[in-house]
Ligand binder design. Sequence first.
Ligand code: ATP
Ligand code: LTN
Length: 339
Amino acid sequence: MESTERTEQRKTVLSGIQPTSRLTLGNYLGALKNFVAMQEEFDSFYMVADMHAITVRQEAAELRRRSVETAALFMACGIDPEKSTLFIQSSVPEHVMLTWVLNCNTYMGELNRMTQFKDKSARHADNINAGLFTYPVLMAADILLYQAHLIPVGADQKQHVELTRDLAERFNKLYGNTFVVPEPYIPKVGARIMSLQEPENKMSKSDPNPNGYIAMLDDPDTIVRKIKRAVTDCEECISPDRCCPGVYNLLTIYSACSGKTLEEAAGELEGQGYGVLKARTADAVVSVLEPIQKEYARILQDKRYLNDTLVNGAEKAQRRARRTVSKVYHKVGFDSVKR
Ligand code: ATP
Ligand code: LTN
């Protein structure tokens, strides 16, 4: 096993999603869908980022349940544990071991510039904790531990991957070549799905208004209803340029879920009115999500298989992570005692 891993020639992909709430269509189109496609070509590591989740208060029993459910949803979308390494972040302690070293090589000014920190601290003003501030460093550790080349994420995470690149380059310069410098992989269509109610904001699983997002587990009637109610913000204009954010968002969703390009989708719907756009979009979304929901229900019934899969995933991930941590701990001088 070790030797096949060492001779692995393919590039490595890593990404994660926080189990903070029920995942949305934005998480699917911006991230998960690409995870599935990329596992065919790359050596892929996908994790449920439960350590990231506690930057905002979580109830322990709920976090535990959601972490496993999120892993089941990854599998239902097509993440195949035979092809990818699927694991829960907290089950690989090396993430924390590398984080400390990276923390000591990150400047306060760099973290102060992170827009997600500014947004989240405004939304959770009663709990602006140090973890929320240093969260991008934990994310950098997630990536650098696995020597990942490509990071599939939505547009909002680009800044964090750029920070990771800076930290990798800084460390490599100071201590000699240690980390692969990663690149973000951001899809052309679907990198920023917007709220159905306020199309100038990102569709978010923590939106207090459930009509703003489509949860991946919403039933077909709910999906149809939410899309029917979506804000359309201009006269009858269906066009692949972004003149009207609400309409453009629906067109993007239709395109990403039907496999058509934006131009093909706009051409097909031109002159047809928003009723038709909404009906086609709802049909396309239901036909993507319904099979995932059935598979999710099936996987969740076999808790033992699910747990075994996550144990295997953690062991496989840890083998890779340990190699990087040993290298780093040696370089910074943390191996003074020889056992
Ligand atoms: P929250 O909104 O609660 O902060 P989130 O929905 O952004 O959370 P994350 O776990 O932070 O969820 O994101 C997981 C992945 O999904 C990231 O790669 C992120 O870029 C992507 N993503 C999240 N929302 C969208 C969206 N609306 N459009 C496209 N990609 C998205
Ligand atoms: N911070 C990410 C989730 C995440 C992640 C990662 C994504 C945690 N670790 C490593 C890519 C690579 C977010 O979406 N909020």
